[in-house]
Write a protein of this length. Sequence first.
Length: 122
Amino acid sequence: MNDAVELFHAVGTDEGRRIDWAIWHAAQPGSRIVIATLTEVVEATVVERPRVTKPETAVMVVEHAGRRRELKMYKSASAGYWDRHPEEWFPGGDRDVSLDGVSARLVELRPRVVEQLDLFGG
């Protein structure tokens, strides 16, 4: 559990949100994402691209240990700050991430796993 806590708090809020945003938008089906919550660190495979479920909320389906899970990016409760200070806004600055409803951080994006058949395809 200590590893999860350390990864979750590894960088400050602004930099963490930049990292979350970059990983979220670079991920594609087959990519692997390392996700940290306060209680677990998981390496999940992206099953499908994010889909918008309601205004300012998107869900990406990932799979970990044979189980599908929901990775969600949504408007942060602190988003009003950037309404008052637009000069400080940056892409992803007003977004938070959760894994199955638990606050999460996206730690690392790993390359897409190449299927064995792709290696010998034409």
